[in-house]
Design a protein around this ligand. Structure first.
Ligand code: UDP
Length: 476
């Protein structure tokens, strides 16, 4: 009799969520759950080309399979963050009927979509299949989302006047901490017609309607936000940092896949070789994640700021980082050549290994949630240059709540960049390092034998296995 729970995991079609949801899938396989991972054809081709995902999952004896769907976009579509709304709605058009069909044809114990794919909750509820969204953004930002209706009701939104440094009220554990400029980007514009804002409203409506909620964090980091979120979703499982959780479980089993990669771009391994030749703690790692686009002027300000600081740097400059989908290889080449021996530029790097490298002393980041957690795990202080979604909230917390770095929000000039790099890497290095290392210890404890994330993952797996009986979803 086959009574293995079967979970369908459905990430957003972008690098960050694919990363953390593949890690979740692997954690499930280690617990003997069967996983179907729904990926777009476009991303699947890139993933198979650039990562070791196929060989990694082969060791789970048929417990894991990929299923691909088209993303509904023409091949030549740039799929950059500037068309994020297009990508999401196009995928929804394809995924909705596909998911319905899958739930009819197969015995599925539960569906785990990204929380932004709110429609999966509707489909699951309609078809009697429990849905447990994985919200891949930070819990603090999710809590801000959940407070948005209250902010609007209290006429905090839209802002009156243009003082972006005014403090925001009605977000309980962050009173006195969040300024208007620290809110998600759509709050700073005419949000009422912003497609992302409208999707977020649907997402937060569905959270209490779902069976539970998975978050990539640990209790010691986000405890106050988790308590608030649990008033909307009692079964909130904080099981992160998922990459560390997986690494710890694999190490305990002595499984030989510690160098796992889920990259959609080819990782330049020469970056590690370059780091090997640098002194301990001397290099700042610079990366703005997989989506952010910047102007040539902004990139040049960073280049000057980095060079003027005289601090060694390793910089990831994606070929598609320039606004408007521009690919200027000559510009990139000139920047790389101008670094001389002080810096090294690559187009994509094995980020988790880079952050773990002893030569790295700090991280200049866009404050994406995966990057923030990866830096916290390695105890590396950060300079934050956030743009959108949760990045604006995360960077405020890095600076003011956790005190593990500096926030360079809404500012991009070479003098500030130079000053902040010197502060992070030299003048204030010891104080930031101390708090960062403390958080790193707590992260490691959370995935240890008696840690909170270990306990929460056990509860999640037990609850999912329990759903088989509830649904009598057992193969004869
Ligand atoms: N990443 C990587 N190599 C790079 C840059 C980024 O592997 O050169 C990974 C990084 O480790 C993280 C993900 O890409 O897991 C980016 O996710 P994040 O949530 O930080 O930002 P997003 O790309 O979604 O804005």
């Amino acid at each position: 009799m086959d009574c293995i729970a079967h979970v369908v995991i459905f990430p957003l079609p972008i690098q960050g969520p694919i990363n953390s949801m593949l890690q979740l899938a692997e954690l499930f396989c280690l617990e003997d759950l069967k996983v179907t991972f729904l990926n777009t054809i476009h991303n699947q081709e890139r993933l198979l080309r650039c990562s070791n995902v196929q060989s990694r999952f082969e060791q789970y004896d048929g417990l894991f399979r990929f299923v691909t769907i088209p993303d509904g976009l023409p091949e030549e579509h740039p799929r950059s963050v500037e068309q994020f709304g297009d990508i999401i709605s196009s995928v929804q058009t394809v995924a909705e009927p596909f998911l319905r069909d899958l739930l009819v044809k197969e015995r599925v114990t539960c569906v785990i979509p990204d929380a932004l794919s709110y429609y999966a909750v509707d489909i699951g509820n309609e078809m009697g299949v429990p849905v447990i969204p994985f919200d891949t953004i930070s819990p603090s930002c999710l809590w801000v989302y959940l407070c948005l209706p209250k902010l609007i009701q209290a006429q905090q939104l839209p802002f009156k006047g243009d003082d972006l440094d005014a403090l925001v009220t009605h977000i309980p554990p962050m009173e006195g901490l969040l300024r208007r400029r620290d809110l998600p980007h759509f709050c700073l514009t005419d949000y009422k017609t912003d497609p992302e804002f409208l999707v977020v409203l649907k997402e937060i409506e569905r959270i209490p309607q779902a069976y539970g909620l998975i978050l990539n964090t640990f209790e010691d980091l986000d405890g106050p936000f988790l308590s608030c979120i649990r008033s909307h979703s009692a079964k909130t499982y904080a099981i992160g940092p998922v990459h560390l959780h997986l690494k710890t479980k694999l190490a305990a089993k002595q499984t030989p896949s510690l160098l796992s990669s889920n990259s959609l771009w080819e990782e330049d391994q020469s970056s590690i070789k370059w780091l090997d030749a640098q002194p301990v703690g001397s290099v700042i790692y610079v990366s703005f994640g997989s989506l952010i686009v910047a102007s040539k002027e902004e990139i040049l300000e960073f280049w000057h700021g980095l060079l003027n600081s005289k601090v060694r740097f390793l910089w990831v400059l994606r070929p598609n980082i320039l606004k408007g989908g521009e690919m200027d290889y000559k510009f990139m080449k000139e920047l790389a050549e101008g670094c001389q021996e002080n810096g090294y530029i690559v187009s994509w790097a094995p980020q988790k290994r880079i952050l773990a490298h002893p030569a790295i002393g700090g991280f200049l980041t866009h404050s994406g949630w995966n990057s923030t957690l990866e830096s916290i795990v390695e105890g590396k202080p950060m300079i934050c240059w956030p743009h959108n979604v949760d990045q604006r909230v995360n960077s405020r917390l890095v600076n003011k709540l956790w005190q593990i770095g500096l926030d360079m929000k809404d500012c991009c000039d070479r003098f500030t960049i130079e000053r902040m790099i010197k502060d992070l890497m030299c003048t204030k290095r010891d104080e930031f390092k101390k708090s960062a290392e403390n958080l790193s210890k707590l992260a490691k404890l959370s995935v240890g034998e008696v840690g909170s994330s270990t306990h929460n993952l056990e509860s999640l797996v037990k609850d999912i296995k329990g759903l088989i009986r509830t649904k009598e979803n057992v193969e004869p």
